[in-house]
Design a protein around this ligand. Structure first.
Ligand code: GN1
Ligand code: MG
Length: 377
């Protein structure tokens, strides 16, 4: 696995204990930080006996997810549904796997430490890598396939069978409202970058309702969504280079598939990535968009009706803008939501997403044509 890893020291007094709770009985050889998640903390636990006994251990961020037991409940429902579907309609010509959740010795799929924090553990998808930014159009196509395949797998799971684990997630008007409240509390000294963000947002307040309005008037139905389908959450087989799994299932819940399509596009079509060092490198690449959508429609089939497909462009622009707004609000609020390594990181992340939004806007006609073409219209 190619995700960044580093040694942990004093991470949590309960880290080793949590690892032992889910352990297979072997002695633990090493625990290291894993991946680049912005919300939960993930660790790779290696045992002394055999590499295959390694597993991932995660501490759920209780500030973000205030009902962690709902997450586990959803995951149980999802896993049963997906096993049934996979037995009936496995994907042709490729392996597809879903991470297994491990049990503690008393047969629970989570452990609550003495400070009330939730831990859970899951199996590793073997011989697969994930990447924080897109590599090429072959990769984009596979990311599209994975998200389309996931949508197809859950298309017959009733939205009400899953709990809403994160109320308001991707409801852009609510993020705008929160932004206004934080702004009114005004705790950050002005700067040129902050001024740019304020102006950027003000010029786009009219677009925040584009998906919620379509949901309210029935153009977009509620479905089951992944919630966090960024490029780094799709596992790619190290040999065949095909997508084999989609991970990070905490936000699988009822929602609009346009949140997913928009989020995946804003992630998958920006080769410079979310943490781009130079803003001028940030752009929305139309050929990656085409590749992503071809993969998506190949796997999802025609389950998106034409009026829904017409909102795909709006979804990509909106979710790029929304993520910028979320990063900027968190910066203004003092970095309470997203993990950061320094005080300016959320502001830099916001500027990246806003630059990406502009790049999407500047290509509106071309992108709409690509969306129609890749859906076979
Ligand atoms: C967060 O923690 P991570 O990387 O899985 C966030 C997503 C953002 C993403 C941006 C629950 O996901 O919405 O798109 O950061 N997840 C949540 O990197 O807020
Ligand atoms: Mg996530």
């Amino acid at each position: 696995m190619s995700k960044t890893m580093s040694k942990t020291s004093g991470e949590s007094i309960h880290l080793r204990e949590a690892a032992e709770r889910f352990g297979t009985g072997d002695r633990i050889a090493d625990i290291s930080r894993f991946g680049a998640g912005n919300v939960n903390d993930t660790f790779l636990v290696a045992s002394h006996s055999h590499e295959n006994r390694s597993f991932l251990l995660q501490r759920i961020n209780g500030r973000v997810f205030n009902m962690p037991e709902w997450i586990m409940q959803n995951l149980r429902v999802l896993s049963e549904h997906v096993s049934r579907r996979m037995a009936r309609t496995p994907p042709a010509g490729r392996r597809w796997e879903t991470a297994r959740f491990l049990e503690t010795r008393d047969l629970k799929d989570f452990w609550i430490d003495p400070e009330g924090r939730y831990w859970r553990a899951m199996s590793i998808i073997e011989e697969a890598n994930s990447f924080e930014s897109v590599l090429d159009s072959g990769h984009a196509r596979e990311v599209g396939f994975a998200i389309g395949f996931f949508h197809a797998l859950v298309s017959d799971l009733a939205p009400r069978s899953l709990k809403d684990t994160l109320k308001g997630f991707h409801v852009t008007p609510l993020y705008l409202r929160r932004y206004r409240e934080v702004l009114a509390a005004g705790r950050v000294a002005p700067s040129a970058d902050i001024g740019r963000c304020l102006e950027f947002i003000e010029r786009r307040t009219g677009l925040v309702g584009v998906l919620e309005d379509a949901r309210a008037d029935g153009r977009l139905p509620l479905r089951i969504i992944h919630g966090d389908p960024k490029v780094g959450n799709v596992m790619i087989d190290t040999g065949t280079k095909r997508a084999v799994s989609i991970v990070d299932l905490d936000t699988v819940k009822p929602g609009l598939v346009h949140y997913d399509i928009g989020d995946a596009l804003r992630s998958c079509c920006n080769p410079a990535g979310e943490e781009a060092a130079r803003l001028d490198d940030v752009r929305f690449e139309p050929e990656l968009c085409r590749a992503f959508l071809e993969g998506y429609f190949e796997a999802a089939g025609d389950f998106l009706a034409r009026p829904e497909r017409e909102l795909v462009y709006e979804a990509a622009r909106l979710i790029a803008f929304e993520l910028g707004l979320r990063f900027f609000t968190d910066f203004l609020e003092g970095d309470l939501y997203f993990n950061v390594s320094d005080r300016g990181q959320n502001l830099r992340r916001a500027l990246v997403q806003f630059r990406l939004t502009e790049s999407i806007e500047s290509q509106v006609r071309g992108l709409k044509a690509i969306i129609r073409e890749s859906a076979g219209e």
